[in-house]
Design a protein around this ligand. Structure first.
Ligand code: 5CU
Length: 382
């Protein structure tokens, strides 16, 4: 692989200028509140329910391509696959969502196509497009947008939330969309926004910690589990789905899930495989911040092969965690999680890189795979 050893960020977001204009024009969440302080702009981003008063500071790092490249340079990132940040188009009526999706896809194509060259054949930026996944959208409109994204040369996948067209990702109405995504080979980046019922967080002010650390990954866990239970991965076995935040709690809960399925008369005979097998069909970002977590996820991915044969799985052997690493990919979550005090490098990025480096049982090849080579293969950038 000519580009081996490159650092590739597959979890990095943007609010494109056209989307920011929409957020600035709104007076309910999601919105950007514009104001100034001592003559300087003091814009605030409000996207989550119950943002601390006034929202979070938002500036050019959220929309400006030069800022993205500066961030990449500062952290030694060669190439990024950029996605629009949540909540995407979820809050818009169908016709508006359709028009904006196609405009934002064109905008992202331009954002990437005008980025610096990494090599004679590669740019530094590629992207995940957006589908107008909102209630009352027609399936034809979704398929048209899949086709649009497929034809845009710098867009290599789509980012998707967990609500589908209102009934979640286990809605059979989405089957033609999965079929089109499978056929085009576009990578589906599954990303949370809503978390779980806020009542779970109690009355204490814990800032964003509980919704982001737990709510986001729990949402991904539930959405992916519903996808598995609905047989989507049986019907569309070549779908390439990349899970945000290392799949949330799904790796940890996958044996419990398998056992609950086995003991449930409604579901026991529904799936073609043991639930643990499906984890080996998925891809996981390496945004977990700790080597033990990354090692564990790669074990669970590697273990899935035991459940493929139809004969009872042998559980007494250790798995080869190097195999699981091939489905894991470095990410930063930029521009989220900036350091609270200004530092040259962001702790959130450094920690994820150090975690990859410290996974026991991964050799140089596995670490380079997770740092970039796996992404170059997944996105056909080699
Ligand atoms: O900090 C946050 O709110 C977020 C967010 O909204 N989306 C994301 O991808 N990461 C962090």
């Amino acid at each position: 692989m000519a580009l081996a050893g490159r650092l590739v960020d597959i979890h990095t977001h943007v609010y494109l200028p056209r989307y920011c204009s929409l957020l600035r024009s709104r007076n309910t969440v999601p919105r950007i509140l514009t104001s100034s302080h001592d003559g300087k702009p003091d814009d605030r981003l409000l996207i989550l329910d119950h943002e601390p008063s006034g929202g979070r500071p938002v500036g050019p790092q959220y929309w400006d391509r030069d800022e993205k490249i500066k961030f990449m340079d500062r952290h030694g990132i060669d190439l990024s696959v950029v996605s629009s940040a949540n909540p995407w188009l979820d809050f818009l009526p169908a016709s508006e969502a359709k028009t904006l999706a196609s405009q934002l896809n064109e905008d992202l194509e331009q954002y990437c196509s005008e980025s610096p060259q990494l090599s004679p054949s590669l740019k530094r930026l590629y992207g995940f497009g957006l589908l107008p996944l909102v209630p009352e959208i027609s399936i034809a409109a979704l398929l048209e947008t899949v086709e649009q994204i497929y034809k845009l040369s710098y867009l290599k996948g789509i980012i998707m939330g967990t609500r589908g067209i209102g009934k979640g990702l286990d809605d059979e109405a989405l089957d033609p969309v999965w079929a089109a995504l499978e056929k085009t080979g576009l990578v589906v980046f599954l990303h949370p926004h809503y978390g779980v019922d806020e009542k779970a967080w109690g009355d204490k002010d814990n800032g964003h910690v509980l919704p982001l650390a737990l709510g986001f990954p729990f949402e991904t866990t539930i959405a992916t589990t519903r996808l598995i239970l609905a047989g989507v991965l049986d019907r569309f076995p070549s779908l390439r789905i990349l899970l945000a935040h290392s799949g949330g709690a799904l790796p940890q809960l996958s044996s419990r899930l398998a056992s609950c399925i086995d003991h449930d008369p409604v579901v026991a005979s529904r799936l073609s495989h043991d639930a643990r097998w499906y984890l080996g069909k998925l891809y996981f970002d390496a945004v977990a911040y700790g080597p033990e977590e990354l090692g564990f996820v790669s074990d669970v991915i590697a273990r899935s092969a035991r459940f493929g044969s139809g004969s009872p799985a042998t559980l007494d052997k250790t798995v080869d965690r190097t195999l699981g690493s091939k489905r894991m990919l470095f990410g930063t979550d930029h521009p989220f999680f900036p350091p609270l005090q200004s530092t040259e490098k962001w702790k959130s990025v450094v920690e994820n890189l150090q975690a990859i480096d410290a996974v026991s049982g991964w050799g140089q090849a596995e670490k380079e795979g997770v740092r970039g080579d796996n992404a170059l293969s997944l996105f056909n950038l080699v």
